[in-house]
Design a protein. Sequence first.
Length: 246
Amino acid sequence: MFKEGDYVLIRYGEKKYLKRLTKEGSLNVRKDVLKFSQIIGKPPGVKVGKFEVYEPSLEEIIMLGFERVTQIIYPKDAFFIAFKLGIDKSSVVLEFGTGSGALCAVLSRLAKEVYTYEAVEKFYKVARKNLERFGLAENVRFHNMDFRDAPVEEGFFDCAFVDVKDPVPYLEKVHRVLKTGAQVGFLLPTANQVSELLKALDGLFGSAEVLEILVRYYKTIPERFRPEDTMVGHTAYLLFTRKLES
Ligand code: SAM
């Protein structure tokens, strides 16, 4: 049952709102008003007038609830990243940089533990607040530190994800802290960065793959079923590879 303080996802036609329930709170859309006191004590999936109220999904939490102070990894990419890295409840995951914490939130949902490093104090604080607000921070070890300076044990991590401007200078350290054969992924906005990284992997990492993910949503009007007019085009290239030891 919904209670005061819960975050809820409210749908009004095509519009989506993420709100925190308070007894006095309300949402006004056009001429319709949803008083939050009408929702408290009701189960998720309740309809009140034209409003539908649900528990928010992780995607909705990230897209509607997270403060964004950096570019973020979109859920369409983040869930695939977690799948490619083979993350499960036994995985100890390395991530840098944390940015706004969007990828970190997905990793934290799936992994045993996430060690995340962010060089800029402001971003570190926002990411931490984003995850704490939605109860996603319990298994996350946040570090306000350049990964270059992170004191980490050799062979400690089951997998890693790197989202920084130029990952090449960190390759040797990433190699050192991963278990042999472990997966590591990189996000790269431009094609020339992919080429640079592919060259630099030689001798350290094998089994490289590069891909991008395009997702096209459709209008859900039965009589006018067709793709949405706009879509997110290129977000980034994803490169996955595995630690090699000779
Ligand atoms: N993946 C993040 C998300 O989904 O919210 C966004 C990451 S953002 C694009 C890149 C971040 O890497 C920036 O916040 C930057 O400050 C941080 N960064 C860059 N180099 C770093 C380093 N060597 N160690 C730690 N953080 C670093």
